[in-house]
Design a protein around this ligand. Structure first.
Ligand code: ZN
Length: 240
C-alpha cells in the first residue's frame, strides 16, 4: 500500500488579494477541478485519516489507490470554493483548524493579508458532508520553539476544543510550519494524536511513522502532467 497525501492551502481565484505575500499558496478552482478529475481518471479514491488508521490497526480495508487531500489553516475558501468541487467529484478531504481562531483570521501570519477562516457553521456543514477535521494547534506557533509545557497546551487544548466542537474524536495533527522533532512528536502522542503530517516529497506506507506522514505540496505552479509524473515516480522509484 502506497498512500500519497496532498497538501493544499487555499483554493481561490487569482489574482490573490492585493498584499498577499504567499501567492504560491493559491490554487485556482479550475486547477483543483482538473486535479480532482485527473486523480479519479488515474484510479485514485480519496480517504480520511480515520480510514487509514483503521486499516493500519487491521480493522478496515482501503481502496486499491487511496489518496488523502489535506487543507491547512481552514480558510473560508475551503468551504466556499473547494467544497463544491469536492462534492462534484465525490471526493473527501481533511481540514486542519487553528482552534482559537475559528471564525477569525490568520492572525499568526502578521505580515500576510488577513483572510477569513471557517466559522462553526461552515465547519458543521462540511462535517455533515463527511469532511474530516484535524488540529493545527490553538494559535499556530512553531512547536519546536516553545517550552515543552506550552507546546503540550497548544496540542492538548486544541484537540479538546475541536472534539467539543465536532462531538467526535480528533486523531490527526498538522504541525504549524511543518516544525517538529522527536520531543514535539512525543508531546503530540501524549496529547492523544494518532497521526500527524509534515511536508516531504514521499509517499507513505503501512510502516511510515504515523506522526511523520509525508505530504506533497500542491501550489499555483502544479500542473496535471507533473502531478502524474510525481505520483508515478514516487510510487515506483522512491517508495522507501
Ligand atoms: Zn498553517
Amino acid at each position: 500500500m502506497r498512500l500519497p497525501i496532498l497538501m493544499y492551502h487555499k483554493i481561490d481565484r487569482l489574482p490573490p488579494p492585493p498584499g498577499a505575500r504567499y501567492h504560491r499558496n493559491y490554487v485556482l478552482p479550475e486547477q483543483f477541478d482538473a486535479q480532482l478529475a485527473a486523480l479519479k481518471r488515474w484510479g485514485y479514491e480519496t480517504i480520511s485519516f480515520a480510514d487509514w488508521l483503521a486499516y493500519r490497526r487491521g480493522e478496515g480495508t482501503l481502496p486499491r489507490w487511496p489518496i488523502i487531500l489535506t487543507f491547512d489553516d481552514g480558510y473560508r475558501s475551503t468551504y466556499e470554493v473547494a467544497w463544491p468541487l469536492l462534492k462534484r467529484h465525490g471526493a473527501t478531504a481533511t481540514v486542519f483548524l487553528v482552534s482559537d481562531l475559528i471564525g477569525k483570521t490568520n492572525a499568526w501570519d502578521a505580515e500576510e493579508i488577513q483572510e477569513p477562516l471557517l466559522d462553526a457553521a461552515a465547519i458543521a456543514a462540511l462535517r455533515a458532508g463527511r469532511i474530516e477535521f484535524g488540529s493545527h494547534t490553538r494559535t499556530h506557533p512553531a512547536l519546536t520553539a516553545l517550552p515543552p509545557q506550552r507546546a503540550l497546551v497548544e496540542l492538548r487544548d486544541s484537540r479538546a476544543a475541536l472534539q467539543q466542537l465536532l462531538g467526535e474524536p480528533v486523531r490527526v495533527l498538522c504541525y504549524p510550519y511543518g516544525k517538529q522533532n522527536p520531543a514535539v512528536r512525543a508531546l503530540a502522542r501524549e496529547a492523544g494524536y494518532e497521526a500527524a503530517v509534515i511536508a516531504r516529497r514521499r509517499l507513505n506506507s503501512r510502516t511510515t511513522d504515523p506522526l511523520r506522514l509525508t505530504r506533497l505540496r500542491i501550489d499555483t505552479s502544479t500542473r496535471v502532467p507533473a502531478l502524474r509524473w510525481t505520483l508515478w515516480q514516487l510510487r515506483w522509484l522512491w517508495w522507501t
